[in-house]
Design a protein. Sequence first.
Length: 165
Amino acid sequence: MKLLSLVERKKEKKIKQYIVDNKEALYRFAYTYVHNEDDALDIVHDAICKSLTNINTLKDTDSIKPWIYRIVANCAIDNIRKNKKYVISSDDLEVDDLMGYDKYEDIDLQRALDQLPEKYRTIIVLRYFEDMKIGDIAQILGENENTIKTRLYNALAKLKISISE
C-alpha cells in the first residue's frame, strides 16, 4: 500500500467528495455511451478506481470535474472496445424511471440523439444534460474549444433535421 503525501490526501478527499456529490451525473454520462445499466455502473466503478490510483495526475483540484469526466469517457470507450457491444434494450430504458435519473421526455429526441455519431452525442449530453461549459468539454475530450463549438453547432443542426423529419 502506497502512502500518500499530505497534498495527495487532500486531493483524494476532494475527489471522493466530488464523486459522492455527483455519482448520478457520472452514471448518466457513462450510460450515454453504453445504454446498459450494468455496463454504466462498471464504467463508473472503474473510473473511480482509476481516479483514486492516479491522484498524482490531477494538477489542480479546481479541475476535478473535467478530469474525472475524461476518466469516465476513457473507461467507457475501453468498455465498448472490450465488449464490442452497443445495445439498447427496453429493460434499460425502464430502469431510468425506477432510479429517478433524468429521462428524455421526448422519445423523438432520444432517437435523434441515438442516431448521432458518438463525437456529437457526447458534446450534446455534456453541454445540455450535464450543463458543462465549452472549455470543460474541450478539456474532457482533449480537443480545441473551437473544434467543440463547431461539433456542437453541427450536432444541433443534425438534431434539428432529424427531429423535423
